[in-house]
Design a protein around this ligand. Sequence first.
Ligand SMILES: *Cc1c(COP(=O)(O)O)cnc(C)c1O
Length: 421
Amino acid sequence: MGRRSGYPQGDRRGRLSAGAKREAGERGPATRAVEAGRREEWTWPVVNPPVWRGSTHLYRDSAELAKGRPNEDGQFYYGRRGSPTQWALSEALTELEPGAHGTLLYPSGVAAIAGALLGVLQAGDVLLMTDNAYEPSRAMADRLLAPMGISTRYFDPLDVDGFAAQFCDRTRAVLLEAPGSLTMELCDVPALAAVAHGREALVLIDNTWAGPLGFPAFRRGCDISIMALTKHVGGHSDLMMGSVSAADPALYDQLRVKAQLLGQVVSPDDAALALRGLRTMPLRLARSAQSALAVAQWLRGRDEVAHVLCPMLPGAPGHDLWARDFSGGCGLFSFVLRGRSPADRARLIDALELFGIGYSWGGFESLAIPFEPNRARSATSWPPPGWDAADRLGIRLAIGLEDPEDLVHDLARGFAAMERE
Ligand SMILES: *Cc1c(COP(=O)(O)O)cnc(C)c1O
């Protein structure tokens, strides 16, 4: 391989590296998703950055080798520090997240959560975690962090006073999720963040549900925003990836060094897939959110349904906070059957033809899964206080890009099957 003179080192438009923002702040989210991360020196003359597969990056001479800057974004060093394909994705995510300084990529959403927590916590620290966190986040706290001497306390996301009372001198970070996994409770992020900052704790949020287009995490008081790119950014159920963005440059550097120490890197092929998904994300999110709202409204009118847990739905739990703090949502929500048995619920789900039965979400296809939140709750109870105790069997729907009328028909078929023994 020869020495290339057109090596895309640095930024010939004179822009800064990580977190450098174009004058794109005024543009709409769809425009920003189209523009984001498309630096000419990474893409030109094609539209998308080529897939730079590479472990070794060659240097022209010893002097260039000596100048190697492993801790500067956008500089070749070695494959583990990425190439323009990964840098373009990182930069695109930074540009989409208002107030972000930089974004790190991880091979899954769970790896991103682990990267963020290990990036800010050390032995002796205490973490406060929302009780409705994604179940693997709880497993991480209990089985990875605890043996390392980092303890976790769980809090009721709807009880700001109870949250404040949980802090101790060693509380170093808080992990939020809004809305929470499965049960979809929406917490008051700015209020919880203000309490945490008063106690000098960092606020991390798993922002996978709304993403930066629907929930500008840094503008709502968070310090670190985590996303499973597997969901909306990938968008086609064929990719695993996660990201961590930070607003503060020093915090970003701290997270980057930890990610490097852990050897985290994503493949350029996957980064290219994620970039492809990113361009259509605003369209897909708008469409699936709109369809989800239509399906949620229809479910609310069904006798078989006791509760629709969809913060985007007027009158549903959390809707006021959603309307105040969010500018978008997505196709993911849950509902709870009135009474009924697990066998009834299984008949309903098994009769669905358009909804796949499976984990994950954010793809183009609709999914349905039954859920039992009890095993993943310790600070709250299920069913919540005030509900009829018989109304406890939940189903989570991920609404995809099908025609919503067809999805409603499919659910009606499910309800009919539930009546047949
Ligand atoms: C799916 C999911 C994750 C984890 O993402 P993976 O890429 O599957 O590891 C994290 N948080 C939430 C809220 C999720 O739904």
